[in-house]
Design a protein around this ligand. Sequence first.
Ligand code: BUP
Length: 445
Amino acid sequence: TNSNSFRVVMFPWLAYGHVSPFLELAKKLSTKNFSVYFCSTPITLKPIKNKISNYKSIELVEYPLESTPEFPPHLHTSNGLPPHLMPTLKKYFENASHNFSQIIKTLSPHLVIYDYLMPSWVPKFASSHQIPAVHFHIFGVANLAYFTCLVRDIPGFSFQSKTVCLKPSEIMKLVQAPRDNVEAEENELSDCIIGSTEMFLIKSNREIEGKYLDFAADLFKKKIVPVGPLFQEISVNNQENDEEIFRWLNKKEEFSTVYVSFGTESYLSKKGMEELANGLELSKVNFIWVIKFPEGEKINAAEALPEGFLERVGEKGMIVERWVPQAKILGHKSIGGFVSHCGWSSVMESASVGVPIIALPMHHDQPVNARLVVEVGFGLEVEKDENVEFWREEVARVVKEVVIEKSGVELRKKAKELSEQMKAKGEEEVDLAIKELKTLCENNL
Ligand code: BUP
């Protein structure tokens, strides 16, 4: 079945937000003369099997990692790897290094595409066998540059003056994750991110990140190739319940409603829930709010929301406690804003359907993404106090400014403009990126 010319091995990281763009890239490659070997743990690959049945040139390749009760196997894939387990997981990868070398030796690919969270010996092993390795960055390029400058002192570059600024307290939050050996880990990360890649593939585009694509090319002295947003195919599993959502949305006026979601890995604190709920209520703007709690936490939205909130907002608000078709909801004509944690996929999806963002970033890449949204001009950020907490009046102010007030018109105009540019250029971007990958393979034939 696998008769395409170029063999590519792909190593995504195990979390949903990483596997999903890798898989979308795999699908594109498989239609452009690549045979794709998509490698991950058996548990990660399991839910993917039926998603690729139409793609004969994608083969799933399993590598096992050992598990212990301390690190239950379901966490390999779940929506959200608890950060404190990262060092443990890295050790499992270390113990399984022979699996990777074996995969590369057996398949003798023309190209390896890897995630920056994979151990740096993955690209190094490929390079030592004359196989080009390419880092596919599933976040934006401003973020890539930001983190690189954080973990590596680069002469001549002062990050703060060149790219999006973070407040010192935000930087502290970003680097405070529990770690064993910070220096070794940072070296490993910068090695993996920059040292071993032939070029960078970035899940982004010129429309949103043109300036930073150039900045990063200058910074890394390597090719930086945007591959577009690589949206996942819209899932159809909850259709019956989804109808209820769209019936509710259909009753709302154009641009009158905000969609509220914090992605698959970020959760509000109890205080955060309260401030957001009260802020939405104060704004008097309609909202559909997707509420999630960390796995295993026995609490539901009704218990977590302020007393009487649901009764008070009535038809103005809809609370959903399960997976929803986000991209489809954002594209509904009633949606006038997206209250978002600014996960990279959310930012790209919002831009692609022309919906302005009300940014409430929490951690990881999100603060950088939020500043970018404001800079590009299709959103506003909710201000926070020195402890990086937000408050209800500020939430209400920004929601109103984006959805109701005149000033929001400019933001929507910019968002629409981005959406049109993205529609017009989308496929061309992917094609150009794939052409670059082919050149790498051909140079290596
Ligand atoms: Br929740 C939820 N439906 O109910 P981000 C999420 N999504 O389609 P994150 C749904 O998951 P990282 C739901 O459309 C987007 O494609 C959403 O990715 C989809 O945030 C994705 O926005 C969420 O990048 O991932 O989950 O925090 O931190 O890895 O960027």
